[in-house]
Ligand binder design. Structure first.
Ligand code: MN
Length: 186
């Protein structure tokens, strides 16, 4: 069964950029919900329970149709958030030029994502970096792309502190990017 990963820092560690209450609800309620619903979806499919969530998402067509949407949404939610917590840190290290120079494109991807979703820097099969966004909890893994950095643009990620000011949230979030994690994934 899948479990909620611990954060590597306290809920208030990203203040003042990301507030403690948002982190607590986001991790403890939203992410926990994705984990619980993914487990529920897989309950009758023991042969899938030993797969990693990444493997499930990389080949959604191999997932039985009856639970494919649930795995896409809740498995995606689990995988995306597990990365997202690691994409942030109170002491993020040195910005990586190849990724940092994509900031404007990432902002553009965030601001043009209508409704809920994610904006990403991803690496394609040839190792080339690109910026994209996904709707809902869709994972770049399902398109054969590897996430290098990603930001959650669901309102639950920022509404308590930033309300409708998505651009302000992104500007603040940039201060807590965990560049050490980006370097590791590159
Ligand atoms: Mn979220």
């Amino acid at each position: 069964m899948f479990t909620l990963p611990d954060l590597l820092y306290p809920y208030d560690a990203l203040e003042p950029y990301i507030d403690a209450q948002t982190m607590q609800i986001h991790h403890g309620k939203h992410h926990q919900g994705y984990v619980d619903n993914l487990n529920k979806a897989l309950a009758d499919y023991p042969e899938l329970q030993n797969k990693s969530v990444e493997d499930l998402l990389k080949d959604l067509n191999a997932v039985p149709e009856a639970i494919r949407t649930a795995v896409r949404n809740h498995g995606g939610g689990h995988a995306n958030h597990s990365l997202f917590w690691q994409f942030m840190s109170p002491k993020g290290g040195e910005p990586i030029g190849a990724v940092a120079q994509l900031k404007d494109q990432l902002i553009q991807a965030v601001m043009t994502r209508f409704g809920s979703g994610w904006a990403w820097v991803v690496k394609d099969a040839g190792g080339k970096l690109q910026v994209m966004s996904t709707a809902n909890q869709d994972s770049p893994l399902s398109e054969g792309l590897m996430p290098i950095l990603g930001v959650d643009v669901w309102e639950h990620a920022y509404y308590l502190k930033y309300q409708n000011r998505r651009a302000d949230y992104l500007a603040a979030w940039w201060n807590v990017v965990n560049w050490d994690k980006v370097a590791e994934l590159l």
